[in-house]
Every structure is written in structure tokens, then in C-alpha cells.
Design a protein around this ligand. Structure first.
Ligand SMILES: [Zn+2]
Length: 467
């Protein structure tokens, strides 16, 4: 742990992703990569360290976001039978999607990404499908909106795995609907060209990664998905692949009706999906589908707050854990953004459904320890970023919590993660580092005021009411 251009940090307590060092020292190089971690103090380390009195933990990867949906938060809640279910909510989402220009999308996305960093998410998989102009015509640069998302991530200083969606069909073997015209890709080749233009080869320390997102099993044919995977295998064989799987019973029924198989079966029988895959919303997968996902070491993306808001149903977490399945968390519609909030809603849903508190198998860890460790591990695999733990070779994405904050007073390393879990997000990190750079200091994001101003202008225009 040396080199003069490196920075060294000393934390009273450092959670590495599965255990604690007290104190813990982290050496970060000029690229923002971790080059040393130790719990053994020396006078030399003490001399050169910047000291933080508090609990430091790895930044959480957010495996699934549609940032622009934040503009709907609170505007699409049920009134009587209005906005009654997922499909009615989706109509509102389509209306919104047709009213946004690229600068609007950038402004909303920047606000969402800033909030993510403040809440403890230091990297995000943005599942992005607004490729075309509101009238359905391609932009002169097909990557126009993708570049806006990248600019928003730059403003927020968050790690981004950009996942442009391939959305070819509005339903199994059905064309895209008129209101889905912005999602179109033209062809798989055009889509692969879009990915290529975004630069799929990246250095480990870079904050940007590019992956593929065939939207869902209903949005692509077998042939299209095969062409996509073949193209990806040639260009970037390790790039992440994300896909919606089974959020709604209606999706499962459509798949059974039209293809004679459940979505997870259709995928598993035709494709060698593997650890580079993330399957988002496995809410309505049966036990066999979950066992297959676990066996192939894919990651399930759980978006508990959004799934609860939309009335999707409850994921069978204990059954999936019994298969040793991997999972990460996502903020999806971004109505509310929080690491502890996502994990808390996930945990409480399981407890309520089973009318008991011990919903996980007993491996000696507390609920908080188990949930955070699982979400870190699954999230890192899902995004294809060197994150999720504090060790050499990983990026320096760190959250630091004030031990004197009311939620943490009296807690030590045995109960800190539980205290954070049950806080529901009221206890946010006081400092947040992404790639070796502090983006949140004293709970304030470096650019939060200017980002919030631009967001407010867009929201005021979108939701302007006649007097
Ligand atoms: Zn989604």
C-alpha cells in the first residue's frame, strides 16, 4: 500500500462485502481503483490516511432503472378504478414517453441519478428504450437519447451500465403499437450498430459500461434474440444482458397461449443464458424456472418498491434462496429511491406474506447482513462493473455513515446493517465516493442544486395545470 499518487483512507469500521475491519484502511490509485485494503495499522498508514469516523460500506449497484418514469411519480396513483392496474399505469407511461424531448430526458435522469448517489447507489443499470423522436422517426444520431443518459450519469458522477433496449414487438409475434413508436430499433443489425457506436470496450476504472437489453420475451422473436446474442458474442462476449421476465400474470398467460411455455421455460429451452444475464421481475416464475435461473447463475432483478406500487405480486425469495439463486435490487420506476427502502420493502413483504419474521435460512447472519451481502454480490455481477466489495481490483465506490446519526447511535458492526435496513432510508450516507471521487459530502451532492433546477423546469412544464 504505497505509491505517492495514491490516496489512503482510514475508516473506524469498514464492511468489505462480507466481513468487517475495525479500523479499515483503503488505498485508492489515481484512476479511482482500490489497490490495497488492510486492517493492520502502521504508523506510516496512520500518517498518510484521511480519517473518517464512521461505518464505511461498498456502494450498492442498482440493477434496474427507467429514470424517466420518475416524472410519473404521484401522478398515476389510483383514484377509484382509474389507474387500477399495471396495464392502466402503462398507458400513462406511454403518454409521458411521447411528451419528452432529449433535454427533458437528460434533466429527469440527472435528478434521479443524483438521488441514487445520495441514497447509496453508486452504479446503475439504466434500461433505456426511448430511442426515437416522439413522432417515431429516428434521430440523425441513433444514439441521441443514449448520449443524454450518459451525460446525466456524468453530471451525477454515478457508474452507469447503459442497457439500450431491443423492443421489436408489442406482444408475442405482434407489431409494436402506435404509442410504442419511440421504442423501435428497425432491425437487430441497427440495434447492434447502436451498441457499437456507444463503445462496448471499456477500461476497468471507467464508470461507463454498455450492455444489451432485449426488452422481454414478448418483445423479441427467437430469431431476433439469437441474432442479438450472436452479434454480442462477436463484439463483446462479456457484456451484460438484461431482460424483463415475468412481472405480470398476463405476460405468463400470453406466453403460455402463444408459445405453449412460460417465459422462463421459453428462454431456458432455447438459450444458454448464463451469469452475464439479469432477469428482471421473476415475480411470476414457478419453482422450476427459479431453479433453472439459479443453476445457470443468472441474476434476478428485484424491484420491490415498484413491484409493490404496481401491485405486481411478491417474489418467492425463500424458495429462490433455497436454490442459492443470485439477486440484486433495482429502483425501476424511481418513485422513491433508497437502498434500505428497497431491501426493507423486500424483507417486510416476505415477512407479512408468511406471518413470521425468520424468512431466510439460518446461516448465522442477521437479516440485514444477509440482504446487503446478497444485493452487493448480485448487483456487481449484473452490471458487469468492478464493484460490490472493497478489495484490490475493485473500483473505490464507498458510502460512509455518521455513527452519531440517530439511526446508528449505540450500534456497532454487529447491528449496523440491520439498523440501516430498518431505517427505511431515513439514514442516508453522509459521504459517497464513486471511482475514488467524493460526489456527496455532508449529505449534499456536488451538483444537486443545478440538477434540481433543471428537473423542476421540466416537471413544471409537463404537469402544468390550467388555472
Ligand atoms: Zn423495467
Amino acid at each position: 500500500m504505497s505509491r505517492s499518487s495514491n490516496k489512503t483512507y482510514r475508516f473506524s469500521h469498514l464492511y468489505r462485502g462480507d466481513d468487517w475491519l475495525s479500523p479499515g484502511y483503503v488505498d485508492v490509485d489515481a484512476n479511482g481503483m482500490i489497490v490495497g485494503v488492510t486492517g493492520v495499522p502502521t504508523s506510516e498508514l496512520e500518517r498518510r490516511s484521511e480519517r473518517f469516523d464512521g461505518f464505511a460500506v461498498p456502494g450498492m449497484p442498482n440493477v434496474h432503472s427507467h429514470a424517466y418514469l420518475r416524472a410519473l411519480a404521484g401522478f398515476a396513483e389510483p383514484i377509484g378504478t382509474r389507474n387500477r392496474d399495471f396495464w392502466a399505469w402503462r398507458d400513462r407511461m406511454y403518454e409521458l414517453a411521447l411528451g419528452l424531448e432529449p433535454p427533458d430526458i437528460e434533466a429527469i435522469t440527472a435528478q434521479v441519478f443524483v438521488e441514487m448517489t445520495k441514497a447509496g447507489f453508486t452504479s446503475v443499470g439504466e434500461f433505456h428504450y426511448l430511442h426515437r423522436a416522439p413522432d417515431g422517426r429516428p434521430y440523425a444520431d441513433p444514439a441521441e437519447v443514449s448520449r443524454r443518459v450518459i451525460a446525466a450519469a456524468d453530471a451525477a458522477g454515478i457508474g452507469l451500465t447503459l442497457l439500450p433496449a431491443l423492443y421489436m414487438h408489442g406482444g408475442v409475434d405482434a407489431p409494436l403499437g402506435e404509442r410504442q413508436r419511440r421504442f423501435a430499433s428497425g432491425s437487430v443489425d441497427e440495434y447492434l450498430a447502436l451498441l457499437g457506436s456507444l463503445g462496448m470496450k471499456r477500461e476497468p476504472h471507467e464508470l461507463l459500461r454498455v450492455g444489451a437489453a432485449p426488452h422481454s420475451v414478448r418483445a423479441v422473436t427467437e430469431r431476433e434474440l439469437r441474432d442479438l446474442i450472436d452479434g454480442l458474442d462477436r463484439a463483446a462476449p462479456a457484456a451484460p444482458i438484461h431482460m424483463h421476465l415475468a412481472e405480470q400474470r398476463g405476460e405468463v398467460e400470453e406466453s403460455l397461449d402463444r408459445r405453449g411455455e412460460r417465459p422462463g421455460e421459453w428462454l431456458a429451452h432455447r438459450f444458454a443464458f448464463s451469469s452475464r444475464w439479469t432477469l428482471v421481475h421473476a415475480t411470476h416464475c414457478d419453482q422450476n424456472e427459479l431453479a433453472e435461473i439459479a443453476r445457470r447463475e443468472a441474476t434476478v432483478g428485484l424491484c420491490s418498491v415498484t413491484e409493490a406500487n404496481l401491485g405486481d405480486g411478491l417474489f418467492a425469495l425463500p424458495a429462490y434462496e433455497a436454490e442459492r439463486g443470485r439477486w440484486g435490487v433495482g429502483t425501476d420506476s424511481n418513485t422513491a429511491i433508497g437502498v434500505a427502502l428497497e431491501l426493507g420493502v423486500l424483507e417486510y413483504g416476505q415477512r407479512s406474506a408468511r406471518q413470521r419474521r425468520d424468512v431466510h435460512s439460518d446461516d448465522g447472519r442477521s437479516a440485514g447482513s444477509l440482504l446487503f451481502a446478497s444485493a452487493l454480490r448480485g448487483g456487481a455481477a449484473s452490471l458487469g462493473q468492478p464493484v460490490g466489495s472493497v478489495e484490490p481490483g475493485k473500483r473505490a465506490d464507498l458510502l460512509v455513515f455518521d455513527p452519531n446519526a440517530p439511526a446508528f447511535v449505540g450500534h456497532d458492526i454487529d447491528t449496523f446493517l440491520d439498523a440501516w435496513l430498518v431505517s427505511g432510508g431515513a439514514a442516508a450516507p453522509s459521504q459517497v465516493m464513486v471511482g475514488g471521487r467524493w460526489v456527496v459530502r455532508d449529505r449534499r451532492h456536488l451538483r444537486e442544486d443545478e440538477v434540481a433546477r433543471r428537473f423542476a423546469v421540466v416537471m413544471s412544464r409537463l404537469h402544468r395545470r390550467d388555472a
